[in-house]
Design a protein around this ligand. Structure first.
Ligand code: ADP
Ligand code: MG
Ligand code: MG
Length: 883
């Protein structure tokens, strides 16, 4: 089979569809070559070779050496340079490139092919010999770091020393002679640290570098990244070998990165940064402050340096044309890397650009309007979970801001938290649930775990495309980058800006939209849900089949859910109302009552409170269906704690304390979650459910009359295991309804249904459906009871199950399709066999999890119900499932 794919002079063996074989970078280079864009010639060694290399113990397929040699000849022919030739040396880059982009995870070696003799040739050929030695020292440093495992810090020290000796602050001010000296020091360091010399033979250099790329697929950083991003370990990486072009040959040379639209806001501007007379990752590494590309992007930058549009108008125009060409071709925003050599533009990479959730939404909407993509494509392009970032608050513009420092608005969002300086501490505190802001001079791939654990990130160096900025946007973390007025002192655990000093653990707030670091925590406001968001969500709604309801217990939740597009309440938990101040005493009295009479007195106190709550909810929901679950938790949960509460209850109920204490002793349970709860209370203590039904129906009648609209009530019975329980409870409910609803049929529509949250109920669903007009799958309890796993205690060992690969995902987060899901599927079928118009909903936490929503769609449920903030996520997930 074919292991090497070439791209050269407008002809490539591969194309954009060959990502799995060529990696993202290789496929992009091939596609750009085929599109006629200026790409330096090169070849890609396939991911199959990586698999071969990794599985067979660092060896290659037999034909590879010859394939590489002939591909190299093709580059030589196309560039007119020869690999290892002292007079006209060909230099190449060796670049990794996996199927999914893994920024910063794999290492690239530039200027390969230089040695003590070819560097002379390169120097003779260029106007300024300084460039050749600059390239050589870069190569030695990268090669030593990536291939020979010599720590970069050693080289930084030598470089720093040389600059100090020469009294200059920037690399570009060092002369050829300086670099020659630096190179000799570098070589000595390598000999010392690696115990062998820096290899002079270009062929050895090439094969060592190729092997290093393949090996880096299995280094710890790469493995962590893949775990975090669900990338399979067996994909492997490709290796790209490509003729060098030089951005460091002088002032008509540059290197840069750009997005075809603004990745933070989605605005339609060519957005990027570049550095004159620089190479490779200088821009991203934040060595000097980069210049922006377009004039209009300048407001968000600190630097007053001219834009490329001003100082290289010809190159800018070319880049802009390529931008449109790539966008039209790929139908999506692209993230590109380029180099300018002697005023000529070369493209080095293109890939679909990472963007914030805000930008993703704007870009999708704009591209539909520009006719680039369809509404279906737009809907599918937004990851439902990412909407989370749009629904959360931003800083209140009226709140007082105590400015500490300004930087670049690298990733939007507002976040407050304690200052931490190390990723380790960020992870430690973040895992303990403590909000932290990670403050660093700059970040690198080693810091990813800490960035993940932090609410926000501040860096003092680097631009909009620095590592911190790119990763923060991808993770949806707020980020202020390049806040250069801050100086961080890791050792002292403090950072300063002018006269201000902040210490580790002090609270700060960052505004990723404005690029500000603020002292203390600052008030927030709710997000904007109109405009593009509303339009986009209407596209999703047109495509979904599932209804999306909400779990809401309070008027506040109901309003929020309606704002987020809920079509009704799928689960209103009545007991949440019981714990409000001023109520719990009456509730306890009701539960502890000895006899019917005492209980009636207590119920009469609770009834008006419940009725009042339901009036508010029905009014807000304005005729949409409202599903109210009767009392569910174990009575045990409402018992008074300690002597003071005991006395309080006794007083309210007009009972002796001793009597109350005896009663409490009778109710206490060892395992309350499997105890006296749900419909079992309805069976033993009918007064409570009767009172609740009364409160619900009276409230419904009141609102229906006052607001002149029909109210839709669904009364839901929890924790049913068998038909007989539901028959008894339904009898109670129907009895009250018969009394109250006589003559009110026009005002109130009412139905009775049940939760399916016990395996027995799922199995007996066919019979239970005789008593129920709807089912709602309570998958929190159903997961607990099916797996025999306590949600509150599982945290002790579930992570080991996930880490050990025994469980793919936490079953409380994403539905366990094989077990719990099977029960849902079976209960749905059996229930519908009894009652064909049985309505089916799912109301556990899973109702807001995209994968679980997809499952609900597949098994034919009618609706899902989730917490208000998850409603838009569920709507979009439902649309994805339907497309
Ligand atoms: P990464 O995956 O980390 O972005 P790349 O392989 O894209 O690594 O290389 C990093 C940078 O090195 C590129 O953005 C580009 O600036 C530079 N580079 C890579 N290959 C070449 C080349 N053939 N000529 C000039 N610069 C190159
Ligand atoms: Mg890199
Ligand atoms: Mg790159």
């Amino acid at each position: 089979s074919k292991y090497v794919y070439t791209f050269s002079n407008g002809v490539a063996d591969g194309n954009a569809n060959m990502r799995s074989l060529l990696g993202g970078k290789g496929a992009g280079l091939a596609e750009m070559t085929n599109l006629g864009l200026p790409v330096p010639p090169g070849f890609t060694i396939t991911t199959d070779v990586c698999t071969w290399f990794t599985s067979k113990g660092a060896v290659y397929p037999p034909s590879l050496e010859a394939d590489v040699a002939s591909a190299l000849h093709l580059i030589e022919a196309s560039t007119g340079a020869l690999f290892g030739d002292p007079a006209a040396p060909l230099l190449v880059s060796v670049r990794s490139g996996a199927r999914a982009s893994m920024p910063g995870m794999m290492d690239t070696v530039l200027n390969l092919g230089l040695n003590d003799s070819t560097v002379e040739g390169l120097a003779r050929k260029s106007a300024d010999p300084r460039f050749a030695y600059d390239s050589y020292r870069r190569f030695i440093q990268m090669f030593a770091d990536v291939v020979m495992g010599v720590d970069s810090a050693c080289f930084e020290q030598i470089l720093h020393h040389q600059k100090t000796v020469r009294g200059v602050s920037e690399d570009t001010h060092l002369t050829a002679e300086d670099w020659k000296h630096v190179i000799e020091c570098y070589k000595a360091v390598i000999q010392q640290h690696a115990g062998k010399p820096f290899p002079q033979d270009p062929k050895t250099q090439l094969w060592d570098a190729i092997a290093a790329v393949f090996k880096s697929w299995t280094n710890a950083r790469a493995i962590t990244y893949r775990k975090l991003h669900d990338i399979p370990h067996d994909w492997g990486t490709a290796v790209n070998v490509q003729a060098m072009v030089f951005g460091n040959m002088g002032d008509d040379c540059a290197t840069g990165v750009a997005f075809t639209r603004d990745p933070a806001t989605g605005e339609k501007v060519l957005y990027g940064e570049y550095l004159v007379n620089a190479q490779g990752e200088d821009v991203v590494a934040g060595i000097r402050t980069p210049q922006q590309i377009t004039i209009s992007g300048k407001e968000t930058h600190r630097s007053n340096l001219p834009a490329m549009e001003e100082c290289m108008p010809h190159v800018f125009k070319q880049l802009n044309d390529i931008r449109y060409k790539l966008e039209r071709h790929y139908g999506d925003m692209q993230d590109i890397e380029f180099t300018v050599q002697g005023g000529t533009l070369y493209m080095l990479q293109t890939r679909v650009g990472k963007r914030t959730a805000n930008a993703a939404l704007k870009i999708a909407c704009d591209m539909v309007r520009e006719g680039m993509i369809t509404e279906d494509e737009a809907v599918l392009r937004i990851d439902p979970a990412s909407l989370n970032q749009l629904l959360h608050p931003t800083l209140d513009p009226r709140a007082k801001r105590d400015l500490f420092a300004r930087g670049l608005p690298a990733s939007p969002g507002a976040a407050s938290g304690r200052i931490v300086f190390s990723p380790e501490r960020a992870e430690q505190l973040g895992q303990a649930g403590e909000p932290v802001i990670l403050c660093r001079i700059e970040t690198s791939p080693e810091d990813i775990h800490g960035m993940h654990a932090a609410k926000g990130i501040v860096t003092t160096r680097g631009g909009m495309t620095s590592h911190a900025a790119v990763v923060a946007r991808g993770m949806g973390r707020a980020c202020v980058a390049g806040a250069s007025s801050i100086s961080v002192d890791y050792a002292a655990g403090e950072m300063r800006a002018g006269d201000l000093v902040l210490h580790e653990d002090d609270v700060i707030t960052i505004d990723g939209e404005k690029g500000e670091v603020l002292i203390g925590s600052v008030a927030t406001i709710d997000p904007e849900l109109s405009g593009d968001f509303a339009e986009f969500m209407s596209w999703a709604d047109e495509r979904k089949r599932l209804k999306v309801m909400t779990n809401a217990d309070t008027p506040k939740d109901c309003r929020k859910a309606l704002e987020f597009g809920a079509e009704g309440i799928g689960l209103c938990r009545t007991e949440h109302m019981f714990f409000e101040p001023g109520r719990i005493a009456a509730v306890r009295e009701m539960i502890l009552a000895e006899n019917g009479e005492d209980q009636r007195a207590a119920l009469n106190k609770v009834l008006p409170m419940q009725r009042g709550d339901f009036v508010d909810i029905f009014r807000i929901m304005a005729g949409r269906p409202v599903t109210i679950r009767l009392l569910d938790p174990p009575l045990h949960e409402f018992l008074p704690h300690g002597e003071a509460e005991l006395i309080e209850v006794a007083k309210a109920a007009n009972l002796e304390v001793g009597k109350v204490r005896d009663r409490v002793a009778k109710i206490v349970e060892v395992n309350p979650m499997l105890g006296h709860r749900g419909c079992r209370v309805g069976v033993t203590t009918p007064g409570i459910y009767e009172m609740q039904t009364r409160a619900i129906l009276e409230a419904a009648i009141e609102v229906a009359k006052a607001d002149e609209r029909r109210v839709r009530v669904e009364i839901m019975v929890p924790f049913v295991a068998m038909e007989a329980e539901l028959r008894v409870v339904r009898g109670l409910i129907d009895g009250v309804a018969k009394e109250l609803l006589a003559g009110e049929e026009d005002h109130v529509e009412y139905r009775v249904g049940t939760m399916i949250e016990l395996p027995r109920a799922a199995l007996a669903a066919g019979k239970i459906a005789r008593q129920a007009e709807f089912f709602s799958f309570g998958t929190n309890d159903l997961t607990q009871t099916t797996l025999g796993l306590s949600r509150d205690d599982a945290a002790g060992f579930l992570p080991s199950y996930e880490a050990g690969g025994l469980l793919e995902k936490d079953p409380f987060v994403s539905i366990d399709r094989e077990g719990v899901g099977e029960l849902v599927r079976m209960a749905a079928q059996r229930g519908r066999a009894t009652r064909s118009d049985l309505e089916l909903c799912l109301c556990g936490e899973h109702g807001g999890d995209p994968a679980s929503v997809e499952f609900c769609h597949q098994v034919g449920l009618d609706s899902v119900s989730c917490s208000p903030y998850r409603v838009p996520i569920a709507r979009l997930a439902a649309a994805h499932a339907a497309l």
